[in-house]
Design a protein around this ligand. Sequence first.
Ligand code: ADP
Ligand code: MG
Length: 681
Amino acid sequence: MVAANFPKDIQYLKGVGEKRALLYKKLGIADVGALLRFYPRTYLDFTNPSSIASAPYDEPCVIRARVFAKAPEQRIRKGMTLYKVFATDDSTDLVLTFFNTPYAAEALEEGAEYLFYGRAAGTRSRREMPSPLVFPADEEAGLRPVYPLTAGLTNRIVAQNMKQALSLLDDNLSDPLPQKLRQEQELCHLTFALRNIHFPLSTEHLALARKRLIFEELLTLSLSLVLLRSRSHESSAAVLTNTNIEEFYAALPFQLTGAQKRAINEALEDMQRSRPMSRLIQGDVGSGKTAVAAALCYAAAKNGLQSALMAPTEILAQQHFASLSPLLTAAGISCALLTGSVKAAQKKEILARLALGELSFIVGTHSLISPDVTFHKLGLVVADEQHRFGVRQRATLAQKGAHPHLLVMSATPIPRTLALMIYGDLDVSILDELPPGRQAVKTYLIDSEKRHRAYNFIRGFLNEGRQAYIVCPLVEEGESELASAEEFAERLIEEDFRGYKVGLLHGKLKPSKKDEMMRLFQSGEIQLLVATTVIEVGVDVPNAVVMMIENAERFGLSQLHQLRGRVGRGKHASYCILVSDNQNELTRERLTALCKTTDGFKLAEEDLRLRGPGDFFGSRQHGLPELRLANLVTDMSVLKTTQEAAQRIIESDPALSLPEHQGLKQNITELFGSVSAESFN
Ligand code: ADP
Ligand code: MG
């Protein structure tokens, strides 16, 4: 909403030309409104500078001191030059050290006083502060913002631009939070909040600003989810009347687990109601979500309705088709697979049969939501590996057919608190039971010195006819993923796995090549698959028994758990080897947790506790828009309040058409983009 008040181009600000505007663009900031919503990562506290003697040991603090001498530069080793500057507060001395930054030391004038921000170590009589941030001595007391930056933009520049942007605000700025709600919740006005989130006058001011902005953020999200959920009040044209699926059970080659049966029954109950089902099936890898989906597709077909299963990749679509179509065909249901590689003539035929209702079940990728796909009577949509589909796709999908039932399946075990947030518009069934006979994957943490022993261990399995995965080290920023993966694979092929059939799977491969590679691995023509994290999603190769992961510390626990789930899918004992040299205590704790348990939900809770929700899924795979200030763990109680408030707002104004709700409506549109316009009207 600030953007609506300030659509001014970022170049309107002093000192922002084309070049700087481009840097801002990298941070997703195009106008002044967006800049105002670019919140500090943290703050430097200038309210109470310490004396040198009383500065806390090795903790962030601000010290006021006068520079009195500089030492000549010192080359300490190749590529490392040290600059020392001496300062004093007339009772104790402070040595400031700068590495490889001559300009930082040069900028300090002898005889002048400064404020230094950093961590002071050293001895009682001679304290030392490495790499301090330097501020003028007359810096105002208060908290200084520290912004998350991109190369080329300094904190000083952003702060300067921000000050000017804030000066454009006045108290007439329209606030997306209706006044009544603000009063009721004791929340400050947006203008006050923006001023104090950037340049807080005190910690109390900052707390007020944060409270208010977090509330707005979570209210916007809650409202979006309530609106999405209200779709389920529409009536569906796909009510099931016959839910007897004994025939299907009889055709299954195995007995369903109790959890599977429970999930099927819950969904069948939903589908007998006149409003469309919106249900999430959450189950750890291997818990048998596919069979649940098959049962429901069967039930739909028995009722003369079509079903569509949407998978995130072509290979997964093929895999689903291969495992589902025999079950469904045996029960007399016509099935087809529609992917990008289906030939034009065949595609045309499939589309025609689908439109006529001759096909009861279709499996495909995202292509199933494209406009040229029409159904005769679509009754059920199943989306696999939901976390790859955003809320947005969910809404688009729901618009196909006459309000079909929707089942989403996710293998990412999500802690309840987070699930409530992300899937606020869905009912949840949990598959908390694995089919019998599964062996837990044994997991080990090793350092890179033991790598060759691990390779030896892997060769042993390959010699017995088994297969294995090795996940490449992640690349550093600026490094090419492709070059690094190729180099890594090359070394394995030339050295440790000479004579074995090794394949490389990476993100830069065309989808058809990726699928080809997976097919070769599935059929056993490749013994060892070296891969970047593209193998993460549900590919099933029961003969693969070892998963080795380089740079394990760089992955989230849930992501590692997903990777580990690629093995242990058959009758053979399976292993996961985590390689990491990282000695950070928290990191060791995370990786050790993985060695100790194979319970995905426990790991998810642990991950959430240790890393916070920001990192939870790695790269925002949950399809939720990014939260800027709110933290789903610590702000849980605010979330509850906003959910209640959202409910009340929608009850009183279902289409958000009242003037006092225009700001919130605008917020939702900004959050979810175009979908809100289509599905919230
Ligand atoms: P996921 O939940 O990871 O998608 P799948 O549906 O792919 O799991 O099932 C994993 C494997 O377990 C498949 O080979 C499937 O045929 C098998 N399976 C599913 N349910 C059962 C069961 N109740 N008993 C035995 N095997 C099962
Ligand atoms: Mg699956």
